[in-house]
Design a protein around this ligand. Structure first.
Ligand code: ADP
Ligand code: ADP
Ligand code: MG
Length: 461
């Protein structure tokens, strides 16, 4: 087992990994930018090393500074969290060449599955359905037009290196395709340093269903069921639940088998997530794999009674799958809300600043993963997520009632948060019935302004 682990991340996920290390008896090393001096991950780790100024490109994304910190602290392994360098094959390779274990898959597996187009081709090879689309990178607008004519409108233009819902454009006709093609390329180049894009058939109002995979270094690959992440704004998830109200046992078996097969094909090790779109006819299409721990991993943990971050560390140090993961048994229903520092009454403008008062809900079946506290200042440089509120119930109905109760108890004063909007979504008839798709959030925002207006006298929170 490792003696010391460095966490190459910030925010709630850094804290999540530090907590797992503590419980496993491993010393933890935090890294932080100048903007995060007061962050909880800095205070709770056994050691903390400053790696640069606030912009991520100068700190959390700087491979040489993180490796220097790891060498100074003399760690055995690095946990990358999600975002930042977590899906950077080059970073995984540098770690290995410095004899530091990267807690995640091999650089080769990241390359095979992290590049969206390579992953699509692997899926095709093993017979897992993908959305009809281009065979690879689309070189120019002439080729884009040819592909769109072949598969038929609407189509979606996507960045090869995409993530976090960026670098995507929908086109419903030739002029919008030409415009979207160039816009997506520019956006992808800016966001990911790689302007490569590909084209897929745009599925109207699908469900986003993803499978949790866990694989050890001894050849065992299992799936821990699915999560429904169809509630998205601008292709970014805001509420997730496990299991999906739409997936029955037969479909779960079919999609689960496909997911395991994909991982076996690339010799995948550690945790990962296979994302699909599911249409109302029960047809599913592979869209991408995330070769890392996912933001919404806690709902799977609550349903299956496992600890996926500890499992990651144990797998990386050569252990076999723990019994609860090797023979997974779902027992509950869980829902997560990503609480963001954004103003839902003002087009979700980011709302950084000082949190005057922070009071979280408690009681049975409630879990909060968060790095903030009363008096903490949310910096403007990073992701706007300040907390994950996770509730568990013996049935879907009890989990929904618990979520409504918790959103009502949650107090964040000083900054704006998405809490009032999530409250509207959870209470909507569509969510209550389990009938919602990836277009539902926009529908609510466009046509139900009366459901969603600030309470008299201005927003409560
Ligand atoms: P998940 O599928 O786990 O919900 P997201 O796609 O929402 O993951 O991304 C998780 C986090 O990682 C977010 O903070 C997002 O902004 C960030 N992220 C995702 N992809 C990238 C990337 N390629 N580069 C930088 N940050 C990314
Ligand atoms: P990211 O890497 O940003 O997470 P994904 O490929 O996972 O990108 O897509 C994110 C979201 O965009 C999906 O959950 C879905 O809502 C939407 N999307 C992606 N591809 C398609 C498609 N072919 N048809 C319809 N919606 C899509
Ligand atoms: Mg995705």
């Amino acid at each position: 087992m490792f003696g010391k682990v460095l966490i190459a991340n910030r925010g709630e996920i850094a804290l999540r990994v530090i907590r797992a290390c503590k419980e496993l008896g491993i010393r933890s090393v935090a890294v932080y930018s100048d903007a995060d001096v007061d962050s909880l991950h800095v205070q709770l780790a056994d050691e903390a090393i400053c790696i640069g100024p606030p912009p991520a490109s100068e700190s959390y994304l700087k491979i040489d500074r993180i490796i220097s910190a790891a060498e100074i602290a003399d760690v055995d392994a690095i946990h990358p969290g999600y975002g930042f360098l977590s899906e950077n094959a080059n970073f995984a390779e540098v770690c290995e060449s410095c004899k530091i274990k990267f807690i995640g898959p091999s650089a080769a597996a990241i390359r095979a599955m992290g590049d969206k187009n390579a992953a699509r081709q692997t899926a095709v090879k093993v017979g897992v359905p993908v959305c009809p689309g281009s065979d690879g990178v689309v070189a120019d607008e002439k080729e884009a037009l040819k592909i769109a004519q072949k598969i038929g409108y609407p189509v979606i233009i996507k960045a090869l290196a995409g993530g976090g819902g960026r670098g995507m454009r929908i086109a419903r006709n030739d002029p919008s395709l030409v415009q979207g093609f160039h816009a997506a390329r520019v956006e992808a180049e800016k966001a990911f340093g790689d302007g490569g894009v590909y084209i897929e058939k745009f599925i109207e109002n699908p469900h986003h269903i993803e499978f949790q995979i866990v694989a050890d270094s001894h050849g065992s690959v299992v799936h821990l069921g699915e999560r429904d992440c169809s509630l998205q704004r601008r292709n970014q998830k805001i509420i997730e639940e496990c299991p999906s109200p739409l997936v029955d046992e037969a479909l779960r078996r079919k999609m689960g088998r496909a997911s395991v097969k994909l991982c076996e094909e690339v010799g995948y090790e550690n945790v990962g997530t296979i994302e699909y779109l599911l249409d109302d006819g029960g047809n599913f299409y592979f869209i991408e794999m995330n070769t890392r721990i996912q933001v919404e991993h806690p709902i799977t943990e609550e349903v299956f009674g496992v600890d996926l971050v500890k499992e990651q560390i144990l797998i990386a140090s050569g252990n076999r799958l723990t019994p609860g993961v090797a023979n997974p048994r779902p027992r509950h229903h869980a829902i997560e809300c990503r609480i963001n520092a954004e103003d839902p009454y003002n087009n979700f403008q980011p709302s950084p600043g000082r949190i005057e008062l922070y009071y979280t809900p408690g009681g049975r079946g409630v879990r909060i993963d968060s790095h903030v506290y009363s008096g903490y200042t949310v910096p403007p440089y990073y992701d706007s997520m300040i907390a994950k509120l996770i509730v568990t119930g013996s049935t879907r109905a009890s989990a929904m009632n618990r979520m409504t109760r918790c959103l009502g108890e949650f107090l964040v004063k000083g900054i704006k948060t998405t809490i009032p909007f999530q409250d509207v979504l959870i209470r909507s008839a569509e969510f209550q019935r389990g009938r919602y798709h990836t277009g539902f959030v926009e529908e609510v925002l466009n046509s139900r302004l009366s459901d969603f207006s600030p309470p008299p006298g201005g927003p409560l929170l």
